[in-house]
Design a protein. Structure first.
Lengths: 217, 216, 62
């Protein structure tokens, strides 16, 4: 367990050392949000607010996840293999990526509120939706990037692999957020949240079990 | 011809569904009318696809447990056959939709699920093509296949139940659902599904034999 | 069923000429079923054709 914590700290340190990445992601978020604002004007219906937020978060997540394995490519792979086993590596990366994506989505939420106002009736439910969605994205994107990295052709392969797989999560999560914005009764939202939680647990377990097969040579 | 029995049974069952599917009397349904018979043909395609993908899922797991290139070829063959059924199901579904719902495509969860499934498995083939080394190709695509199958089941099984839909049986449509499917229709539908699954197995076995021949 | 068979053979050509726009909707949309069956069969036939050519290519290699 402590190994995982150490790994996460290490990833965080690497990220901070190379601050280029964080700034470009931040700039991306600001830029895209402003672009949408310029094109669409300050009136955004609930639906489009939600949709656009998720599109922005989704693509930011893809960008972030595509860098998950850049330190383990090529010869560094063997070095990392000696430090940490596959199961610890994948858990650490999943947690790290989820937190990072949650951070990005929170910033996106903030930016959207800045430009369009924040009309979310149930912010806790909204945040829960964001969190579960980011967990799901992280699991799928990390696994897809692991696959792409081991197959040698990184550039678009990870996106092709991940995109169809993330669509169920996007669908569920945008429904939760829509309900949270409108203030729907909690029992309706609860069923969807329940399905999303089970989905996240299922794919998390799958990723945890399958990753060792990728991590060997 | 090897293993003739299941192939003959498959042909007989599908033939039965073709002949008696057109001859049987059907319940009185508004809008759908006679085209409810597509149950035996269009829907069978999707059931056959899921069966093929389930087979490739099983072989993927088998490969990860014991690496054997023949197992991987079976996985690939079954997935290819599954894609065949998926495309057939997709096109026949579009035809059926055009003349009952009025449009070639709608924003319906089952349609979304089928489109996503096709995308997911197309990505599988792109992945396979991108890796040269056979063992590595087999291992990595097995990992993806397992993940893909689980997501497919989620998307076509669980999500449609949560929302309204134009599909018969979901969201208050006239038609059928699994609980009050007319017995006359069931009598043709179940054998049709089994027959198509057997035909699919036959096609997959042929593709498997082709792969064996083209490697050696 | 006998009725359907008779009406199909007798009225099909007539409805074809008269209102081809409503053709697919006629006879209780049975033609939709026929179209579906035709697509499935042609799809399978095409697939067989492709496989046959692939096998021929493999055989010619040897």
């Amino acid at each position: 367990m402590s190994n995982i914590g150490l790994l996460i700290q290490r990833y965080a340190k690497q990220e901070l050392r190379n601050s280029n990445a964080i700034f470009s992601l931040g700039l991306y978020l600001i830029g895209i949000t402003y672009l949408i604002y310029l094109l669409g004007g300050s009136n955004a219906s609930d639906n489009s607010w939600n949709t656009l937020l998720w599109v922005v978060v989704f693509f930011a997540s893809i960008m972030q996840a595509s860098r998950s394995f850049e330190f383990e490519s090529g010869d560094y792979f063997y070095y990392y293999q000696s430090i940490a086993g596959p199961k610890e590596t994948i858990v650490a990366k999943l947690i790290y990526n989820s937190l990072y994506m949650l951070f990005l989505s929170a910033i996106a939420w903030g930016l959207f509120s800045l430009f369009y106002g924040n009309e979310v009736y149930q912010p806790t439910v909204f945040a829960l939706g964001l969190g579960l969605g980011c967990m799901g994205f992280s699991i799928i994107l990390t696994l897809a990037n692991g696959i792409a990295e081991r197959s040698g052709r990184n550039a678009t392969l990870s996106t092709i692999l991940a995109l169809p797989l993330t669509l169920p999560i996007l669908k569920l999560v945008s429904t939760i957020n829509r309900y949270a914005m409108v203030g729907a009764p909690f029992d309706e939202t609860a069923t969807i949240i329940g399905s999303l939680v089970t989905l996240d647990i299922a794919i998390g377990l799958l990723a945890y079990l399958l990753f060792p097969y990728l991590w060997q040579d | 011809m090897q293993q003739t029995v299941y192939k003959v049974i498959g042909v007989v069952l599908v033939l039965y569904s073709l002949i008696f599917g057109l001859l049987t009397s059907i319940p009185d349904l508004p809008i759908i009318e006679e085209s409810i018979r597509n149950l035996f043909y269009h829907v069978s395609m999707w059931f056959a696809m899921v069966a093929m993908m389930a087979g490739s899922f099983a072989y993927s797991i088998a490969f990860l447990r014991k690496e054997n290139l023949y197992t991987d070829r079976r996985t690939a063959a079954l997935t290819e056959t599954g894609m065949l059924f998926a495309f057939l199901g997709l096109f026949t579904g579009m035809i059926w939709a055009r003349f009952t719902w009025g449009a070639w495509w709608t924003n319906d969860p089952k349609l979304n699920g089928s489109a996503i499934t096709i995308l997911i498995y197309l990505a599988y083939f792109i992945l396979r093509n991108g890796i040269e080394d056979e063992r590595k190709k087999a291992r990595i695509s097995a990992v993806y296949n397992i993940f893909a199958f689980v997501m497919m089941i989620v998307f076509i099984g669980i999500l449609p139940r949560m929302t309204d839909s134009l599909h018969p049986g979901n969201g208050g449509n006239p038609g059928f659902n699994s609980y009050d499917l007319d017995n006359r229709l069931r009598l043709i539908f179940y054998p049709a599904v089994i027959g198509w699954i057997l035909i699919g197995t036959w096609i997959a076995s042929l593709r498997y034999r082709i792969k064996n021949l083209s490697i050696t | 069923m006998k009725n359907l068979f008779l009406t199909l053979t007798a009225t099909a050509p007539i409805s074809l000429l008269a209102q081809s726009k409503n053709f697919m909707y006629s006879e209780g949309k049975i033609y939709v079923v026929i179209a579906v069956i035709a697509v499935i069969f042609l799809g399978l036939a095409g697939y067989l054709y492709r496989m046959d050519r692939k096998i021929s290519a493999l055989e010619n290699e040897k």
